[in-house]
Design a protein around this ligand. Structure first.
Ligand SMILES: C[S@@+](CC[C@H](N)C(=O)[O-])C[C@H]1O[C@@H](n2cnc3c(N)ncnc32)[C@H](O)[C@@H]1O
Length: 288
């Protein structure tokens, strides 16, 4: 059963659950320090996988560092990587250092808005991972500056032949189209049991390396070539306040229903990694 660390209750907290230590941001699992060593791939592994298409000692920028799960996966694949992580929330950084051993990952941690970083920092990277999410529980979404102008700014921060990766949920089609406008090639990575789409954009040669990854490296991750995206309603419409409110209402109702049925309720969440079903950790009322 999951347990919440006492002093950490709030919009950002750490839960010690059956899958390992979880960093919960706004009722969503942002980061996970998995207990299993021989587990199949998680969505954070798919985010890190495109580093295989770069050099042995790549420079990597992570937008939305969180608890550093993707950074840890990157380190496993490329121990010599130079990693810069940008995170908006000071409390997330504090908990990542305290509970997720962030310092041991040797990441240059930058406490800043990712958009501001993209506008102001002049460094260039072999790989940029966008794992920025905002919003509450099932209404979690990408910030308004993605795909535009975020991806265009990110492309400027990529070295020649560099790769851009984005973790997408509901807005996957918008992000895909935004990336296809800027890069010659695009791949989609899928992880069993996660609804996330990991979009990978870059030069065709780099993406071919990824397509040739061994089944051991893939560890269950599927590599797909998506077609081009058809006509889309503007994001301003699909993203409207009313739609957000409706999603939030569904979240709260589902949480309330779960609370009625289950004794413990604080870990009712949807994973930023996009678990497709509601997760209620706890025993149904009346069952010991
Ligand atoms: C899904 S979590 C990131 C998980 C992380 N990549 C990992 O591997 O553990 C999303 C993160 O984006 C951060 N975030 C949201 N808006 C941001 C912004 N404008 N700039 C930087 N980080 C932001 C949130 O605070 C949250 O920690």
């Amino acid at each position: 059963m999951a347990s919440s660390k006492g002093d950490l209750a709030g919009r950002v907290r750490v839960d010690d659950g059956p899958d390992g230590l979880a960093l919960i941001v706004d009722e969503t699992v942002a980061s996970l320090s998995s207990k299993e060593t021989n587990r199949s791939a998680l969505v954070w592994d798919a985010l890190a996988l495109p580093v295989l298409a770069t050099t042995e000692r790549p420079s990597v920028l992570i937008l939305g560092l969180g608890g550093g799960t993707a950074a840890r996966a990157l380190r496993r694949l490329r121990p010599e990587a130079q990693i810069v992580g940008v995170e908006l929330d000071a409390e997330v950084i504090r908990l990542a250092k305290k509970h997720f051993d962030l310092d041991a990952l040797k990441v240059e941690v930058i406490h800043q808005d990712a958009l501001e970083f993209l506008r102001k920092d002049r460094r260039q990277f072999d790989l940029i991972l966008d794992d920025v999410f905002v919003g509450y529980a099932r209404s979690i979404h990408k910030p308004r500056w993605l795909p535009r102008p975020g991806f265009r700014l990110a492309k400027r921060r990529l070295k020649e032949g560099g790769v851009l990766v984005s973790n997408a949920l509901a807005e996957a089609k918008y992000l895909q189209r935004g990336m296809q406008e800027l890069f010659p090639g695009l791949l989609r990575l899928r992880v069993p049991d996660f609804e996330n789409q990991i979009l990978v954009a870059g030069q065709l040669a780099a993406l071919e390396i990824l397509e040739q990854a061994s089944s051991k490296q893939l560890n269950g991750i599927k590599v797909e070539r998506p077609g081009s995206v058809g006509t889309l309603l503007p994001r301003s419409i699909t993203d409207s306040r009313w739609l957000r409110l409706a999603r939030l209402a569904v979240s709260l109702t589902a949480a309330a229903l779960c609370r009625t049925r289950f004794r413990r309720s604080e870990t009712i969440h949807r994973c930023c990694g996009g678990e497709s079903t509601w997760t209620c950790h706890g025993n149904p009322t009346g069952i010991p």
